[in-house]
Design a protein around this ligand. Structure first.
Ligand code: BQF
Length: 281
């Protein structure tokens, strides 16, 4: 069994991006810029946004965080995004999710210019991704593909099973695996017999948010197991959706939580911001 070390790969990628950012500055006088909109006081969201700002700083990307109270109106968020769309120093715009109940996320995300959509959630980029065209790709599934590539894992012809069908993780993950010529099966809360699906997987990708969801008996010998879940246990420990202790004995490759897909998500945000900056003019 080999651990897919997302932490180590993210450090390596950040090192490469730092050089790329320096070169952009030298050759084109461009400093990539990221704007983050953070609404409300969800502690997890604040933690994630801080990690993103810190990572930007590490590679030389300019970043601003625009904080708004949870009482803010949809119109005020939209107005802020429209300002950022027009700002030539901002290449990437990210609205930290989840938004408060009274805000329609879909409506907000559609206001972001598709050229600055570094999270890849705008329907324009979603459509381009499913069509197999160049697009901004959501950071978590993109990070998974980079991790597979680093360990020379080619999904072509494999049976891939994605558990979780969210717009942020599961659906774009399935699209990427399909584009990479895997046979893709997507499971969700209405799936009748989850185990009958997961047992067939050469690559199993799980992003649900249920600790211990994937047990040893649900995994094929030699499978590649990617755990996107982030759950806090009663004693404050961070765990994924996979019973790592037992499943790791059966898997050929497996991601840890923490230190697997999470750090790759952040690295891919930086990558998308640099991609956006390169596309200026
Ligand atoms: C690690 C996220 C659920 C809902 C909204 C490193 C992150 C997480 C874990 C991180 C996530 C999850 C982010 C680790 C960003 C990934 O070492 O394992 C980094 O910062 N993430 C987010 O912005 O919004 C979320 C999960």
């Amino acid at each position: 069994m080999t651990i897919l070390d997302g932490k180590a790969l993210s450090l390596k990628i950040k090192d490469e991006m730092k050089k790329e950012v320096e070169e952009l500055k030298q050759t084109r006088n461009i400093v990539p810029g990221l704007a983050v909109i953070l609404v409300g006081d969800d502690p997890a969201s604040h933690t994630y946004v801080k990690m993103k700002a810190k990572a930007c700083k590490e590679v030389g990307i300019y970043s601003i965080t625009h904080e708004m109270p949870s009482s803010i109106s949809e119109a005020e968020i939209i107005e802020t995004i429209e300002m950022m769309n027009k700002n030539p120093n901002i290449d990437g715009i990210l609205v930290q999710l989840p938004l408060p109940e009274h805000i329609d996320s879909t409506k907000i995300l559609e206001v972001i210019s598709p050229k600055k959509d570094v999270d890849g959630f705008h329907p324009y980029n979603v459509g381009r991704l499913t069509s197999g065209l160049d697009s901004f790709v959501p950071c978590t599934p993109l990070g998974v593909m980079e991790l597979l590539n680093e360990y020379h894992i080619d999904p072509k012809g494999m049976d891939a099973v994605v558990v979780g069908a969210s717009n942020i993780v599961g659906k774009p993950m399935a699209a990427l695996l399909l584009n990479a010529n895997a046979t893709v099966d997507i499971c969700h809360i209405y799936t009748k017999d989850l185990k009958s699906h997961t047992q067939r997987a050469d690559i199993l990708v799980v992003g649900v948010g249920k600790p211990g969801l994937i047990t040893e008996d649900m995994v094929k010998e030699g499978a590649i197991v990617i755990d996107i879940g982030i759950n806090k246990t009663e004693d404050g420990k961070i765990v994924g959706d996979v019973d790592f202790e037992h499943v790791s004995k059966k898997a050929s490759f497996i991601t840890p939580v923490p230190g697997g897909v999470g750090p790759m998500t952040i690295a891919m945000l930086l990558k998308n911001t640099i991609k956006a900056a390169k596309g200026r003019n």
